[in-house]
Design a protein around this ligand. Structure first.
Ligand SMILES: [Zn+2]
Length: 190
């Protein structure tokens, strides 16, 4: 006699086989732009992500204990699965202690993720240009872009965060040519 959990797992294995049949053959890995200021001086870098698992949005799961209803929902899901959309297909990866997933749509798009490392190099250079700390530049407190001092204005934010100084922040740098200061004020209002 199989337990509900065993039945669910057996059905899930069927789901994986069916899904693989519906998907195009995917490479084993892809590339993504990631950010880590501890490991990389400029923060942004291109990371290689090996696909550990592929699944799709909305696969019925279970909570605490597998019930007959969970199994039935999974069965119906598999039976009605026809042609999953790219935005609903998740490519899972694990690097060190981090596990996450990107959609197939995002990887095919080739902006922040791509099948080829070269496709991300231009975007990487843009991000470094905009956001990496640079000598003689000031970082906007809202959008975090690096700006020349002449493109910066200073503004104060009113928020309970600065209770001890009359609810007013010390002057903070913002982009002069965009509403970053206003957006930051809104962000500090509950
Ligand atoms: Zn800004």
């Amino acid at each position: 006699m199989m337990t509900n959990k065993e039945k669910y797992d057996a059905l899930y294995a069927q789901f994986e086989i069916k899904l693989r049949g519906l998907l195009p053959r995917l490479p084993e890995k892809y590339y993504a732009i990631s950010v880590n200021y501890t490991k990389h001086k400029q923060g942004y870098f291109i990371e290689e992500r090996t696909i550990s698992k592929v699944d799709i949005r909305g696969v019925p799961g279970w909570y605490k204990k597998v019930t007959k209803i969970d199994i039935e929902r999974l069965r119906i899901f598999i039976d009605t699965l026809v042609e999953p959309k790219q935005k609903d297909i998740f490519l899972h990866w694990t690097i060190g202690n981090t596990s996450a997933a990107d959609t197939l749509e995002k990887v095919n798009e080739g902006k922040d993720c791509a099948w080829q490392r070269e496709h991300l190099e231009k975007r990487l250079a843009e991000l470094i240009e905009l956001y990496s700390p640079r000598e003689g530049y000031i970082r906007c407190s809202y959008c975090r872009k690096q700006r020349k001092p002449e493109d910066i204005i200073y503004d104060t934010i009113i928020s309970p965060n600065w209770k001890n100084s009359g609810y007013k922040s010390p002057p903070r740098p913002y982009c002069k040519d965009s509403p970053c200061a206003g957006y930051d004020q809104m962000g500090h209002e509950g």
